[in-house]
Write a protein that binds this ligand. Structure first.
Ligand code: SF4
Length: 504
């Protein structure tokens, strides 16, 4: 159990609040255990009661769950590693950084250093100022970073640490003259998800480092939490349109890099600080995310402070959302899409026709972070698959409306649930008879129990190699996703056939 979890277990566990994902789920039921008494009616949406927020809740509610979301500072740490020369620094318990490092390393298969102010009992009672100041001095000495990105943990937030004041006091110390910048973001995990931490960190970086001045020709692109392969593809698209791009964050190299001769404490790559400074002078901002719960976003902050025009789009997953992205780029570039993308779109359409007979009227359970689920659901609907449950651990309160805007074909009977966890998904999924699951590796236990394939997307993917290289965005990403879904269903068809046809 992480130190943060240990220190907070009594405080937040008793309240039944949003629990630390790193706490071993002692009271949670194993997946194989029956979720209802023998002979009871099959689970369905109407079997769920509502919680104090009016959200559907299982009758089998327990305060310790297997959440369909991750720890808030995890998202912030990933953003900080997407900035060139930046070291993430957690103000709080050491166990929080251990948990986050473990989660990120298991997905990206790359090392990541996350510093910590390493609270102990005394810090939890009297505050962590001396730990914070000592910790910052240590990382400046050991890493020589260009930037320190500080995020708070649950413990620091619970005891009310005033991070701006701590930083103000630190900067007044004589030995801090000429020190690199330190950005800070508040990331209490009991009031958000990893995606909230991600967007909050992007916003904090832009608010604290972007500068105005003579207009710059580049377009600011805030992609949200996508894969390293997605980031590379987005940069390729922008370049092919002839648009200079300031992409924030960019962990396409830092979290999916090459081999080294010697260990690199801070891997090469990431958004250069000079590009971040120039964001206040960019010609426009593009933000992906139909559900951006935290306001203002980075794009909104730039619009408010520097009057940079902001374009808000859904994650470009699938044909329609990618069409919208390409249409915007064509407008900004004042040029049509390069031919290679016209061909990619055409090949995707052709593949949809080829594969339609295998996937028509198949049923899917989709889960994960809200914007990813929205993009995936829109794609499933446009290819003729019926999403029967769309679930997320996020609680933006915009999820269903945004989902139905992006996927107007979504049947009214489809269950759309925010604030859901894996116990609740496991409770309703059998009655919905899905043909496959679409989401992170955290759904593997349920897929195994249901005897259906899991098509892995998003984050985290801990049981396969290459999670960071899964392409979701663009026509190319839709093509890869479509092929994987069709082939997963063909696997089932083949494996369950008494004949075992090798020609399908
Ligand atoms: S910050 Fe994350 S790891 Fe730390 S106690 Fe909170 S939820 Fe757990």
């Amino acid at each position: 159990m992480c130190a943060g979890a240990g220190a907070l277990g009594g405080a937040i566990g008793g309240a039944g609040a949003n629990l630390c994902p790193s706490i071993p789920d002692a009271r949670a039921r194993p997946m194989a255990e029956p979720l209802r008494p023998a002979g009871a009616a099959p689970p369905c949406a109407t079997a769920l009661e509502e919680d104090e927020d009016g959200e559907p809740r299982s009758k089998h509610f327990s305060s310790t769950r297997n959440p369909c979301k991750l720890c808030t500072p995890l998202g912030a740490c990933l953003v900080f590693r997407g900035v060139e020369g930046c070291i993430p620094f957690l103000h709080g318990s050491q166990g929080c950084s251990t948990y986050i490092r473990r989660y990120l390393i298991s997905h990206f298969r790359e090392p990541i250093d996350i510093a910590s102010s390493n609270f102990h009992e005394e810090s939890a009672i009297f505050g962590g100022k001396s730990n914070f100041q000592q910790g910052i001095r240590n990382v400046l000495r050991q890493y020589q970073p260009q930037l320190v990105g500080v995020a708070t943990t649950c413990l620091a937030e619970t005891i009310g640490e005033n991070l701006p004041q701590l930083l103000h006091d630190l900067r007044r110390e004589p030995d801090m003259a000429g020190a690199p910048p330190v950005v800070h973001v508040s990331t209490a995990s009991y009031r958000g998800t990893h995606i909230d931490g991600f967007h909050a960190a992007v916003r904090a970086i832009v608010e604290q480092l972007a500068q105005g001045g003579a207009p710059a020709p580049s377009v600011n692109l805030f992609p949200g939490m996508v894969s390293a392969a997605d980031l590379r593809h987005l940069k390729e698209i922008m370049e092919d349109f002839g648009l200079g791009c300031a992409l924030l964050p960019d962990y396409s190299e830092t979290m999916d890099g090459v081999t080294w001769q010697e260990y690199e404490k801070l891997q090469e790559g990431g958004t250069p600080l000079v590009d971040i400074a120039a964001m206040g002078r960019g010609r426009a901002s593009i933000e992906f995310g139909r559900v951006l719960a935290s306001t203002p976003t980075a794009g909104e902050a730039l619009a408010a402070k520097f009057q940079i025009q902001r374009h808000l789009l859904g994650l470009p997953i699938g044909m329609r959302e990618t069409d919208a992205f390409f249409a915007l780029l064509a407008t900004l570039a004042d040029a049509p899409a390069p031919r290679k993308y016209t061909l990619e779109r055409g090949r995707l359409l052709d593949a949809l026709i080829d594969g339609h007979k295998y996937i028509f009227e198949k049923r899917a359970v989709v889960y994960g972070e809200e914007d990813m689920v929205i993009g995936l659901t829109a794609f499933l609907c446009e290819v003729g698959i019926t999403p029967v449950l769309c679930a997320s651990g996020g609680r933006s309160r915009r999820f269903e409306r945004a989902l139905r805007d992006a996927a107007p074909e979504l049947p009214v009977e489809t269950l759309v649930r925010e604030g859901f966890d894996f116990a609740e998904i496991a409770e309703v999924a059998p009655g919905l008879r899905p043909d496959f699951l679409l989401g992170s590796s955290k759904g593997y236990g349920l897929a195994r129990k249901l005897g259906v394939p899991l098509v892995r997307v998003g984050f985290p993917i801990h049981d396969r190699l290459g999670g960071q290289r899964i392409l979701h965005v663009g026509y190319r990403g839709a093509q890869e996703l479509y092929d994987r879904i069709v082939n997963a269903l063909l696997d089932v068809k083949q494996d369950t056939s008494s004949v075992g046809y090798s020609y399908l």
